[in-house]
Write a protein that binds this ligand. Structure first.
Ligand code: N01
Length: 540
């Protein structure tokens, strides 16, 4: 058997492939590459596996895709063995699952923890990636795979004086590992995105007093979470291969997706019935229930107003209810929140909602938050202020391609990729769930499995064909990026100032980053690219 051309004579710290990140994408990538008998090293900033589920330990952290779907499908015995206790898993259970997978497939010995990449540089003569870490260690690899996650760089708010606060300052995405006691605290939460919506009901129960500082209300749909019964578990596991196959043929990559209906042609009675039915299914079932709501403002407004009416019926104080009703963006154009008791929390006597649009924050002081109307003394301030999404981890890392071109400079005017997998002029650098792929718009587990399998098949093909280098052609990248943008422009998505378009990061170019046409359409395109001899890629 001939050696894979990526294989170098073994030198110290020289690897066939280096994978950055030991979240679910990095773990599966490692598993696949081990099967190809390549020398693989994974470098991870955290002290354990799990990625987003390692860092986001805030109270109430829970997946918003159902656990039986948000789990690996690549190994039948794994999916039969693992038992999810709840319909939507909590963070500790998801982290345990990641650890279980890492042990089961003997992945731990191949991972270096507590290590951040500070530079990754492609060198032309030897077609290698030279990777330096904050531990001062230098690695060389033929291929570098970024499994760095779409939501892995927490963003703090640009509020004057935040570093002066003398109480406990926490960020939901960087939560301490030890248990925290809030029972005597006045807790403030800045933000009302998914992290806030999940943590606020629990923090309200755990703290003496809770003040929520809201700039923009979001749409949230109840999860209707509960324990997963033996029968529900068995029913799914008996049909897992069929269900997983069904998931691969859906828009969202979730086998629970059911075909939606158009709201506009329906009669008022039909609409009401369908809206109520989807509401009772909960979470993303509501969003995917109405096919015209993503394109047509009139249909969208019907779905939006139904949710606003639910808020009005749930929240006792009509003025608070109106403040919680989103009006500045179409329904579903910002990531939908999926909650347990979120709106009900505002009926508690120890919870207050501050509308920052009416009374903006002036400063954070040593004691708390000063708005134009009030001063709030706080013991704990929780920043639920989101992430530099999709590109943040990649541009921070000082990634340099051919001729030392920096990825950060290349993406200055907005992220562009070929299929969300590669960038021209950055040979042998793959991304998992990169911008330009469906990623965050579908079940991330299935999305990452599809990318991992595409990349490992590609590396295997390179071995068989004797290729040492692959890169995206500039023309293919340009055409794909145009296609991604045009597809987004046909929807209502770009109308929201969301993290999907980078609007939450000052100075970030406004480009719609995920691919909106869904999992099935995207994976078929990836397959056809391979069938056409890796069309749009150049090998050497
Ligand atoms: O972050 P966000 P997140 N002053 O960006 C506010 C995933 N996730 O961590 O909209 C005042 O959504 C900001 O206000 P505004 C999921 O994909 C998944 O909650 O900019 N407020 C907003 O309300 C999600 O979408 C799960 O006006 C400020 C909030 O902070 C993504 O992660 C759970 C501010 C940020 O909301 C991000 O969610 C959790 C300022 N200066 C997260 N700056 C699952 O269930 C920001 N805000 C799997």
């Amino acid at each position: 058997m001939t050696e894979h051309p990526l294989k170098d004579p073994v030198a110290e710290n020289t690897w066939d492939v280096i994978v950055v990140g030991a979240g679910f994408a990095g773990l599966y990538m490692l598993h696949r590459l081990k099967q190809l008998d390549l020398r693989v090293l994974v470098i991870e900033a955290g002290s354990d596996v799990g990625g987003t589920w390692y860092w986001n330990r805030y109270p109430g952290a829970r997946c918003d895709v159902e656990s039986l779907s948000y789990s690996y499908s690549f190994d039948e015995s794994l999916q039969q063995e693992w038992r999810w206790p709840d319909r939507y898993a909590v963070q500790p259970d998801i982290l345990r699952y990641a650890q279980f997978v890492a042990r089961r497939f003997s992945l731990y010995p191949h991972i270096v923890f507590d290590t951040r990449i500070v530079e990754a540089c492609y060198t032309e003569p030897d077609h290698a990636w030279r990777i330096s870490t904050d531990a001062g260690v230098h690695y060389v690899a033929g291929v570098c795979i970024m499994a760095t996650g779409c939501l892995s760089v927490p963003k703090s708010p640009d509020i004057h004086g935040i570093d002066r606060f003398r109480g406990r300052l926490l960020h939901t995405a960087n939560w301490p590992r030890e248990a925290l006691d809030f029972s005597r605290d006045h807790v403030g939460v800045i933000g009302t995105g998914s992290s806030a919506v999940q943590s606020i009901p629990i923090l309200a129960e755990q703290s003496a007093r809770l003040t929520v500082f809201q700039r923009t209300p979001n749409f949230s749909i109840p999860a209707w979470n509960g324990p997963l019964s033996e029968e529900q578990d068995r029913r799914c596991k008996d049909r897992y291969p069929v269900l997983r196959n069904r998931a691969r043929n859906t828009f969202s990559g979730d086998f629970r997706e059911e075909g939606g209906m158009k709201l506009l042609p329906a009669s008022p009675a039909e609409r009401e019935k369908a809206l109520q039915h989807r509401w009772e299914q909960g979470g993303f079932h509501y969003q995917y229930g109405f096919t015209d709501a993503g394109y047509d403002t009139r249909a969208n407004e019907i779905a939006a107003e139904f949710v606003r009416n639910k808020i009005r019926r749930t929240v006792a104080d009509p003025e608070v209810a109106e403040r919680l009703c989103p009006r500045d963006h179409p329904f579903g154009t910002k990531r939908l929140c999926v909650d347990t008791g979120y709106y009900e929390t505002y009926n508690r006597a120890n919870v207050e909602l501050v509308d920052l649009k009416r009374t903006p924050v002036e400063a954070v002081t040593a004691r708390g938050i000063v708005t134009t109307g009030m001063e709030y003394d706080l013991d704990t301030l929780v920043l639920a202020t989101g992430f530099d999404a999709m590109t943040g981890a990649l541009v921070r890392m000082n990634v340099r391609g051919r001729n030392h071109e920096r990825l950060r400079d290349r993406w200055q005017g907005g992220a562009s990729t070929y299929l969300g997998l590669m960038v021209a002029n950055f040979p042998n650098l793959f991304m998992i769930n990169g911008p330009g792929s469906p990623s965050v718009l579908c079940n991330m587990m299935l999305a990452l499995e599809q990318h991992v399998e595409w990349i490992s098949d590609c590396i295997e093909f390179m071995g068989q064909a004797g290729h040492r280098v692959i890169e995206a052609s500039p023309d293919a990248e340009r055409a794909w990026t145009d296609h991604v943008n045009r597809a987004a422009d046909r929807t209502l998505y770009p109308r929201a100032d969301s993290w999907y378009v980078g609007a939450n990061v000052p100075g970030k170019a406004r480009v719609f980053m995920p691919y909106v046409k869904g999992f099935k359409a995207y994976s078929e395109i990836c397959d056809s690219v391979v069938e056409k001899g890796y069309e749009g890629f150049v090998f050497a």
